[in-house]
Design a protein around this ligand. Sequence first.
Ligand SMILES: Cc1cc2nc3c(=O)[nH]c(=O)nc-3n(C[C@H](O)[C@H](O)[C@H](O)COP(=O)(O)O)c2cc1C
Length: 337
Amino acid sequence: MSLRKPWLFLPSKLAHDLSPYGLELYSLLKGSDTTPVWNPFSFKNLIFKNRLGIAGGVDKNADHLEAWRRVGCGFIEVGTVTPQPQSPNPGVIMNRDVQAQAVWNKMGFPSEGAKEVYYNIKKFKSHASTPVFVNIGKNRVTENADAHKDYSELISHFSDIADTFVVNISSPNTKGLRDLASRENFTAFIAPIRKHYDDLKLTQPLFLKLSPDLDQEGQENVLKGSMDHGFDGFILTNTTLDRTHTPHFPTEGGVSGKPLKEKSIQALNSAKNIILKQNEKKCLISVGGVMTADDVFERISLGADLVQVYSTLVFEGPGFFRKVSKLATLRQQDSAK
Ligand SMILES: Cc1cc2nc3c(=O)[nH]c(=O)nc-3n(C[C@H](O)[C@H](O)[C@H](O)COP(=O)(O)O)c2cc1C
């Protein structure tokens, strides 16, 4: 642990609760009004000045959009947002292992609810062009049979300000959520959401966030099913239930960070192949175990259009975005030689 990262000396939850203050301060002192431009990318009507953004869960309620823009994010995912406000799961909800560069959480979609989050995004959008993805999920009291209604309600609610919707059915921390991705349930869940989306005549992309714990057949089923329903891209992956590298964490909850790296890369590779076989062009967003600036470029070289981070921010802090843009500049200079 280094004195340059004093938050690593604090208990995990306290460091997490104080991090918004650190972010705001850092963005004022070291941030910039201009988003660094490297490997710019466009998809549908969206323009990304660079390919690195924050993952779902980092800014659940869109409270710090301006700070994330100032530290150098090329895009920002907010949420998971639920229709109604809800509190976190009871008990200990997060921990970290600095040695293993791993984070464990079982937060369970704590959310201020759609109304509050809408207001925060609206304020940001009045002056900023950074793409904002809205990651949506169901309230924990909503039965799976009615889950599509929560998602449709959220799509209506954010229809005029979300640049993209991310349908999240891959969190391990809402009981039964992942069952929505099963062969038996997926079509019944996704079809009414797509119909609702078409009824509203929306044009922004629809993305699906996947679990790293799906087997090959499960992943193929979900990818093909969502492509049949006109999904435009995939976020791979959410946290894992696998404890092979982190047996000391509780069995419930999701693990992220370095131990997730291999699974996330595997998911990216197999999604790429499945999409190619279908002869489709989709947006692929890689997340999971991206811990260093080199990791960002590795994911891009493996076929990711965009890359997201969460756990590395826990260990490295928000300076990570500048670090990556510096490396991008060096790489550009090298390739121009
Ligand atoms: C504390 C914590 C909370 C998270 N909350 C959410 C969430 O609300 N919605 C979501 O889709 N993913 C959530 N995630 C998963 C991340 O978006 C990401 O998929 C995962 O952490 C893997 O990336 P990483 O290895 O860079 O952390 C959360 C992750 C952590 C560590």
